[in-house]
Design a protein around this ligand. Structure first.
Ligand code: ZN
Length: 194
């Protein structure tokens, strides 16, 4: 396994769209494992292949810390406001190929971050519950109905596979303000946050 470089905004490759995966090859399975490792090494809860410069429809996710760590000390997300009835039954981490939202319910506003925008957060409106159809790492079709942080995470990562970023959900003024802030302050030095 290997740690991969995560592209940072405004890298133009973050605007690329992922290709449908026709066949889950050993290379793609290895990529998925590397993505999981990379995601965890940066305390992320989700990662899309687009973010590691691989234009395929593949994402990894693991929000289990929202359930196992009620103190939230080790999590950068406070999820106490979110409904978690469905997410509690889902086995994580998830590796999903060709994920697609087929149903949405309700609405929730939550401060999201992104490994391509380290240390920046913005409140985004999303569906509260989603049903996602995908292939698992063995190529079997799976249907995941979830709430909680996982619902937000899956919507966020599927956006990445279409070249869409969380800032695209903000009003033009708020999005511009965040872009200017990034331009001015940049991203934190890895050694400084470790
Ligand atoms: Zn992201």
């Amino acid at each position: 396994m290997a740690l991969l470089e995560v592209l940072k905004f405004p890298d133009p490759r973050l605007r690329h769209k992922g290709q449908m995966v026709e066949k889950i090859t050993p290379e793609l399975q290895e990529l998925a494992q590397d993505m999981l490792e990379t995601m965890k090494s940066q305390n992320g809860v989700g990662l899309a292949a687009i973010q590691v410069a691989q234009p395929v429809r593949l994402l990894t996710a693991d929000t289990s810390s929202e359930l196992s760590d009620p103190s939230e000390e080790n999590s950068r997300y406070s999820t106490s406001e979110l409904k978690k009835d469905l997410v509690a039954h889902i086995k994580q981490p998830l590796i999903l190929f060709n994920p697609e939202v087929i149903k949405k319910e309700g609405q929730v506003i939550f401060p999201e971050g992104c490994l391509s925008f380290p240390s920046y957060f913005a409140k985004i409106k999303r569906a509260e519950i989603v049903e996602v159809k995908a292939l698992n790492e063995e190529g079997q079709e799976v249907l995941i109905k979830t709430d909680g942080l996982l619902s937000i995470c899956l919507q966020h990562e599927i956006d990445h596979l279409d070249g869409k970023l969380f800032i695209d959900h903000l009003s033009p003024i708020k999005s511009q303000r965040l872009k200017e802030e990034i331009k001015k302050n940049g991203y934190p030095d890895k050694s400084a946050t470790a």
